[in-house]
Structure formats: C-alpha cells, structure tokens
Design a protein around this ligand. Structure first.
Ligand code: FAD
Ligand code: NAI
Length: 476
C-alpha cells in the first residue's frame, strides 16, 4: 500500500505546530499534524508544552493562588471578613487539569473544523521520497505518510542541572512544578527567570517558604533595569527570598527532601534544605526521536534546528518554527512563525517582526515589555527620551487597591518614535498590547499621548507615560 500523501505535514502539535497546520489548511493545503503528547489516560493532548505543562496550567495556578492571597490578605481592606479560609490543593489542581483539557479539546475541534488530519504518535524522518519526505508515525499503530512540505515544531524540554536529573518527585521540572500535591513547607527554585518567578509566586501565595537561587549577579537581566528593580522590591516585600550571584555545587535528594550546596555571591559555602526543588534554568530545543540524520537536517551546537529568517532549514521544503529554532521561547512567537511559514508555502509574504514581540511575566505585579530597554539603547549609543508614570497616581489602580509599579516609555530623541515600552504593575499583560500595536505602526510617543483613553482605566497610565516623554504628564 502506498503511503498517504499530504501537501503539508506538521510534526508537533504545540502552538507553533497546530497553528501552522490550521493556517496551511485554511490556505487550501491537504494538511496533516502529528503529535505524540499523551494525557493521563494515554489519549492525545494537543497543544504541546504550552497547553499541557506551560502557559495554560501555570496561569490557572497563578489565578487560583492569587485569589487565595487576596482572600487571605487583601479582602479585609474592602471590609470583607473571611473566616475558616483554606486551600484545597487537590481541587485547585483538578481545576487546572480541566482548564488544560478544555484547551486540548478546543484544538481537536479546530482540526476537525479546518480538516486537518491528526496522527497521534511520534513522527520521524525516514527519507527524502518521491513527492517530498517520508515520515514514520509511531503511535498505537505504525504508518508512513509523505509530505511535500514538512514543518517541524517539536518544541523544547526543561534543562536539568548537571548531576541532578529530574525525578518529578523531589527535583522538579515545569511538569512536576505544576502538580505538587500539597503546599511544601520549604520550596527551593534554581533560576530566577520566568518560570522561577511565576512558580515561586504560586507556592509562596499558598504558604510555602520560597527561596530562589540565581547564578547571575543581576535580577532579570533582560528586563529594563528600572522595571526589574521595582519588581525585585515588590517580590522581596512579598517574602520571596531571591539570592543572586550564586554557584550551585551539588544537589542531593533523599526521602526527607533536597539539599542544595552552593557558593554565595561573597564566596561563602551555603546549604539550602528544602522539601521540593524546582529547577528552572532554561530550556533546550527538542529533536528527540525526530531522526533528523535520516535526511541530513542541520542542527546547531545546542541542538536547535538551523533556520534562516524565513524559518527555512538547510533542506528544500523543510521548515522549522517555535522553541526548536533560534529566538525567544514564547508561544506567540511560535504561532507567528507557524502562520508565516504556511503563508510562505502558499507563495505569500508571511512576516514576523522580532522587534515587536511582547514579553510578559505573570507575577504580581505583572511585568510586560516590548522593544528595547534603556540599557540596550545606552549600549547602542542611541539618543532617546524617557517618560514614566506610576500606578500610584492612577485612579483605577487606587480603586483596584494595586498601585505598585509604573509604565515607562522610551522614544527616539529626535523623531519621537517609540523604541520600547516597559510596564510593571497590575494587568501589565493586557496593557502592553496597545504599545505593541503602536510600535508595529511606528507610532510616536505623541501619537499615544494624543489618543483618548477611557477614564478611569489603567490604560491612562500608558497615555500619561507617553505624555511624560515630553515632560507634560497631567496627573503626576
Ligand atoms: P511545544 O509547545 O513544546 O510543542 C511541541 C509538541 O511537539 C509537543 O506536543 C511534543 O509532544 C510534540 N513532539 C515533539 N517531538 C515530536 C515528534 N517527533 N513527533 C510527534 N510529536 C512531537 N510562553 C508564553 O508565550 N507565555 C507563557 O505564559 C508561557 N508560560 C510558560 C510556562 C511554563 C511553565 C513553560 C515551561 C513554558 C511557558 N511558555 C510560555 C513557553 C511556551 O510554552 C513555549 O514557547 C511554546 O510551547 C513553544 O511552542 P512549540 O509549538 O514550539 O513547542
Ligand atoms: P529563563 O531563561 O527565563 O530563566 C533561567 C534563569 O536561570 C536565568 O535567570 C539564568 O541566569 C538562571 N540560571 C541558569 N543556569 C543556572 C544555574 N546553574 N544556577 C542558577 N541559575 C541559573 O528560563 P526558565 O525560567 O527556565 O523558562 C524557560 C523559558 O520558558 C523562558 O525563557 C520563556 O521563554 C518560557 N516561559 C515563558 C513564560 C512567559 O512568557 N510568561 C513563562 C514561563 C516560561
């Protein structure tokens, strides 16, 4: 029997892969998507890292834990008394699992709606074949399909500390971190990056004593310094213990917990003893089982698939998107690349603007930014103007009872073009969208300053920060 032939075969059903498959199908291509993720019952669970053990479950737990923290510490300010407050971790986890399942099921529906053929199993290259590339699908059954175009979107895996493999019992990756069954008394985190801060926040809010050990001497080095300082102050006040400039020497795990031996910034030998340890020191591109050698698909020294600006690999008609290639490991970046590749296959001019990819850290306060930081502009010798506006002076923030943080605008000194916008504060994740649009349209700070913003709204802080670029904010 000859192998089924498709115009486009996508390997990986995370945000990069499933979105690429939908867009390819919308463009009229006969499209297949292969994904191997299994749910607890062994069935398919489309959506990749993002849906199963990343963006979605982490945001579900962040929401639950924030609700708890509000009830515990902030309801009283509103005259609401709560007695007998408790956290049912099992219920919280099962709600999170339901949220994940709704997203898994949503993608199954979207595949049906768009007529994407789904294969549950591991996809691996067999050979360049007539009409494209032969891909073996190893699932409940084994079969071969042929794709004229192949889009690889196999994502990434958590990086382990040398000598301390994940057991998901005591030493946890993002996977285990999202299903701790009870609040640990003491929780350690290695790496004060995005996962470290988000997961540290979840378990601190629920009552764990949280210590974060970070190798770099600066906190959130990629974030605008002024914003990072403000966030550091807020996290420390909340009780998150963050130690910078450490060197991890040894991690030992036994029934009682985990012992981390490290050297502190001053060179002193230290030991941190915790019940659970989350290791969040970055992620590595995943090509396990893909068999790239079979077709000569080129990887770089770190194991990522080598692509050009258009996500083309070294092989004709083989493309790669998302975490498995260079660039930020973000779901929306993966999606944009997936759409752009499908459009390029159709002969269109798919485009991803790396300068306007927003970043969000979903802590409280949230941190969000787009474009360049002040330190990047200084290093590049670019003449710029800065304007900031604190949420303290925003009526909606006062009404919310959350006045931490600020909006900061950076604009070109001569042309006033917006070069970067940085927010630490309530709903920064939502507020940043306006600035992304503005930068995409090459707006000036004055453009934002002249636009009518609803009152009272947090978005007025954005307008005021834009006004502050010209030193004419109205409410501060
Ligand atoms: P993935 O989502 O990793 O999907 C790859 C898929 O391919 C998986 O389903 C995998 O099983 C499958 N696969 C791999 N190899 C094969 C094969 N050979 N055959 C078949 N299937 C295969 N990003 C954000 O933008 N916002 C967030 O809030 C956010 N939160 C995060 C929180 C955590 C805890 C983590 C770990 C990550 C978070 N991310 C977030 C990052 C985001 O999850 C990734 O950037 C995104 O999932 C990358 O998408 P992808 O499609 O490239 O890969
Ligand atoms: P990260 O790159 O954000 O942070 C890793 C941190 O670990 C860095 O600060 C690094 O200096 C530190 N580190 C590295 N090696 C270390 C060592 N040996 N000892 C101590 N510290 C060490 O990576 P993280 O948090 O693992 O997340 C992975 C990726 O997932 C992120 O880069 C991000 O792209 C994505 N993600 C995105 C989220 C979002 O958009 N809100 C949420 C969570 C993850």
């Amino acid at each position: 029997m000859s192998a089924k032939q498709f115009d486009v075969v996508v390997i990986g059903g995370g945000p990069g892969g499933y979105v690429a498959a939908i867009r390819a199908a919308q463009l009229g291509f006969n499209t297949a998507c292969i994904d191997e993720w299994k749910n607890a019952k062994g069935g398919p669970a489309l959506g990749g890292t993002c849906t199963n053990v990343g963006c979605i479950p982490s945001k579900a737990l962040l929401q639950s834990s924030e609700n708890y923290e509000h009830a515990r510490h902030h309801f009283a300010d509103h005259g609401i008394t709560v007695s007998g407050l408790e956290i049912d971790v099992a219920k919280m986890l099962s709600r999170k699992d339901n949220v994940v399942k709704q997203n898994n099921d949503g993608i199954v529906y979207l595949f049906k709606k768009n007529k994407v053929t789904f294969f549950h199993g591991r996809g691996s290259f067999v050979k360049a074949a007539e009409g494209g590339y032969e891909i073996k699908v190893a699932g409940a059954a084994e079969e071969s399909i042929v794709g004229k175009h192949v889009i690889v979107a196999t994502g990434s895996n958590a990086r382990a500390l040398p000598g301390a493999p994940f057991d998901e019992e005591n030493i946890l990756s993002n996977d285990g971190a999202l299903r701790i069954e009870g609040v640990p008394k003491k929780l350690g985190l290695i790496g004060a990056g995005v996962i470290g801060l988000e997961m540290g926040s979840v378990w601190r809010r629920l009552g764990a004593e949280v210590s974060v050990l970070e190798a770099l001497p600066t906190f959130l080095g990629a974030v605008d310094e002024q914003i990072a300082k403000e966030a550091h102050k807020a996290f420390s006040k909340q009780g998150l213990k963050i130690e910078l400039g450490v060197k991890i020497n040894e991690v030992k795990s036994d029934k009682k917990g985990v012992k981390v031996s490290y050297t502190d910034a001053k060179g002193g030998a230290q030991v941190l003893e915790v019940d659970k340890l989350i290791v969040s020191i970055g992620r590595v591109a995943n090509t396990i089982g893909l068999n790239p050698e079979a077709v000569g698909l080129k990887l770089d020294e770190r194991g990522a698939i080598v692509v050009d600006d258009d996500c083309k690999t070294n092989l004709p008609n083989v493309w790669a998107v998302g975490d498995v290639v260079r660039g930020p490991m973000l779901a929306h970046k993966a999606e944009e690349e997936g759409v752009a590749v499908a459009e390029r296959i159709a002969g269109q001019h798919g485009h991803v603007n790396f300068n306007t990819i927003p970043w969000v850290i979903y802590t409280s306060p949230e941190i969000a930014w787009v474009g360049q930081t002040e330190q990047q502009l200084k290093a590049a010798g670019r003449a710029y103007k800065a304007g900031t506006f604190p949420f303290m002076a925003n009526g909606r923030a006062r009404a919310l009872g959350d006045t931490t943080g600020m909006v900061k605008f950076l604009a070109d000194a001569k042309t006033d073009e917006i070069l970067g916008v940085h927010i630490v504060g309530p709903y920064a994740s939502e507020l940043i969208a306006e600035s992304v649009v503005a930068m995409e349209f090459k707006a000036s700070a004055e453009d934002i300053a002249r636009i009518c913003h609803a009152h009272p709204s947090l978005s007025e802080a954005t307008k005021e920060a834009a006004l502050a670029v010209d030193k004419r904010s109205l409410n501060f």
